[in-house]
Ligand binder design. Sequence first.
Ligand SMILES: Nc1ncnc2c1ncn2[C@@H]1O[C@H](COP(=O)(O)OP(=O)(O)OP(=O)(O)O)[C@@H](O)[C@H]1O
Length: 310
Amino acid sequence: MVVEVKNLVKRYGDLLALDHLNLEVEEGEVFGLLGPNGSGKSTSINCILSLLRYSKGDIRIFGKPMRPDAYDIKRNIGVIFQNVAVFNELTVYDNIQYFCGLYIKDKKECNRLVDEAISFVGLEDFKKFYPKKLSGGLLRRLNIACGIAHKPKLIILDEPTVAVDPQSRNKILEGIQELNRQGATIIYTSHYMEEVEQICTRIAIMDKGKIIATGTTDSLRRLIKTGEKIVAEIIGAPVLDEDGLRALPRVTDVSYENGALTVKSAQGRSNLTEVLEYLKAHDIAYGRIYCELPTLNDVFLEITGKQLRD
Ligand SMILES: Nc1ncnc2c1ncn2[C@@H]1O[C@H](COP(=O)(O)OP(=O)(O)OP(=O)(O)O)[C@@H](O)[C@H]1O
């Protein structure tokens, strides 16, 4: 176990930010902490890193108790925070060298690792640039390079893609997967469910300071009643007999809004053929028709009654 958190409680005054949080991350995982804004992701990370005092709970990293002065543990952790934390007075190269040099004393080895980190995040053409000259996406990549150059065993990324252009976002996501392939265990916090689905091997969904569900994307999808969702883009504005659709086997919900007919069925049942037959029998013209499995947002919605991105 790389990280073990037991019954973690954190209060900010009267606000209960972490409510008996339990979390386990195994070696080799890309572990996603997914939750809406304010659910407690950053607070969890800051407590895990001993950057914040907490009211109650136990935290172990690499099997040892985590404390503010546990430098042997901290040496093996790389952290990339939401807010970019680099020196504006130093170039891209010098920034990475500074952070890497905090851990790697051999200058030659440090420079080799800096070069490796620069090519890893694709900043070869920007080595001599100062941070102010970099776009938001490139700045994020620099932030990541500073956090990973010393080859930590555990890498924690707190929403590293907020306000990042698609090209840099893809580069960052691919980079995280590559770091994992090279042996690092990753903890990744985000409120973007697509990213978490794309890169995480296991996911914990957070709400109001608690983990409300944990599992792989597939196992989380199976947790809920809703299974397949069929969406048909209806041509024209025909009146639909929704009751006829509701009567299909295991249909849980039917809606018809803005020209889109949505039919949701319970797990384990596909109603695609029946919906197509219904449309044909009632002479209803349609354009695209597609089936979707539940998303992590559907999981969150069913468990909490609200959207992940409220
Ligand atoms: N320093 C602080 N003082 C008081 N309340 C705080 C402080 N930091 C966070 N909070 C509150 O604690 C709760 C959890 O916040 P936290 O930043 O951990 O959530 P988050 O899931 O990381 O959200 P985001 O995605 O917006 O960063 C929120 O209600 C937030 O307003």
